[in-house]
Ligand binder design. Structure first.
Ligand SMILES: [Mg+2]
Length: 364
């Protein structure tokens, strides 16, 4: 199989509400949409695959203009690449896009979508042999006025969501108030806290103590401390009495080894954009599982396209404790059709080949 062409365009989708986390804010996605055409030279069959390169500055170093530029440049040298050879595909991706993991992830996703379509199997089957599965996702409450967060939670609870990923880490007192308010309005909620690197270990432990006093069910605490503060992460892991999930601290296998050596987490959040693609996220997940860590599968702020791609990785890995594939629900427009069918928190992956997803032709 050979690449025929790679095209890239901005993927800017407005959000229903500003997405505010400890480290930043966005109102519209800042992604690049990649469309890759691959041909099977034996049968002459062609398939177009899609990928989302999802920037979320400052969580990602990259922003949209650099992504568009990097991918357009890589596209010029794509036509000789034999993508049936995984090693050759990886070498080309590293040579052209090794400097931008977000761009690499988008291009790799588009290629793997096309390759698995030509192979006639769902992407999760191509990746790890698994059949398309059903996943249950949490839903994110970005940082906002506590009463507003509680109102959002009530609305989501009515749609069937019960696990709330609550963004914290900006202002400890406000975080505590927001958690108490959400808990009061949705008493059967369970919580996954995500500080996006915003706390010291002491603050993180204070938040957990407050959550315990309020009798909240906290399933995990994601990235309480700064990415490099592995000592702090380790202290929270020892003392918080809850699973600590590394996100910003663990992007690759070397990070994983460092975190394991210091016992700095009990689990890892996998994301395509931070690992540089599906194959690397899958590999990181396999290693983490082998070392006894739990897994979360998440994303940046991504559309149905990025969420579907990560859902295929989750399905291929199996036994993923925390599914955090909700950001398509936070967007004001649907730009794609397929990938999965959703019913509240339940995502059922489509059984077609590849990602089984296509771009909607929009009229705006
Ligand atoms: Mg996170």
């Amino acid at each position: 199989m050979r690449i025929v062409s790679i095209a890239v365009a901005p993927l800017s989708v407005p959000l229903l509400e500003p997405f505010v986390i400890a480290s930043g804010r966005i109102d519209t996605t800042r992604a690049a949409l990649v469309a890759a055409i691959v041909v099977d030279e034996h049968s002459n069959a062609r398939a177009q695959g899609l990928g989302e390169a999802a920037a979320l500055p400052p969580v990602t170093r990259e922003d949209q203009p650099e992504l568009l530029d990097a991918i357009a440049r890589a596209a010029r040298s794509c036509s000789h690449v034999n993508v049936s050879d995984r090693a050759e595909l990886n070498r080309w991706l590293d040579a052209e896009l090794g400097h931008s993991l977000v761009a690499r992830a988008g291009v790799e996703c588009a290629l793997l979508d096309a390759i698995s379509q030509l192979a006639g199997v769902p992407l999760c089957t191509w990746l790890g042999g698994a059949a398309p599965c059903t996943l249950h996702t949490d839903i994110t409450l970005p940082i906002a006025n506590p009463e507003h967060m509680a109102q959002l939670a009530v609305g989501y609870r009515a749609r069937g969501f019960r696990a709330f990923k609550v963004k914290v880490g900006k202002q400890l007192d406000d975080d505590i108030r927001a958690l108490e308010r959400v808990h009061a309005r949705v008493p059967d909620a369970s919580f996954r806290l995500d500080a996006n690197a915003g706390f010291t270990a002491t603050q993180a432990l204070q938040l957990m103590a407050a959550a315990r006093r309020a009798q909240l069910v906290v399933e995990c605490f994601e990235q309480p401390c700064a990415a490099e503060d592995l000592e702090g992460m380790a202290q929270v892991t020892r003392e918080a009495g809850v699973q600590v999930i590394a996100d910003e601290s663990v992007k690759n296998l070397a990070d994983l080894e460092r975190a394991l050596a210091l016992r700095a987490c009990s689990g890892v959040n996998l994301k395509l954009a931070k690992s540089g693609g599906l194959l690397r996220a899958f590999e990181l997940g396999r290693h983490a599982q082998a070392r006894g860590l739990s897994l979360m599968c998440g994303g940046m702020v991504e559309t149905r396209l990025g969420m579907s791609a990560m859902a295929h990785v989750a399905c291929a890995l199996g036994n993923v404790q925390f599914i955090d594939l909700d950001t398509a629900f936070l967007l004001a427009q649907e730009r794609f059709e397929g990938g999965y069918t959703d019913d509240g928190p339940k995502l059922q992956l489509r059984s077609g080949s590849g990602l089984a997803l296509r771009e909607l032709t929009h009229t705006a």
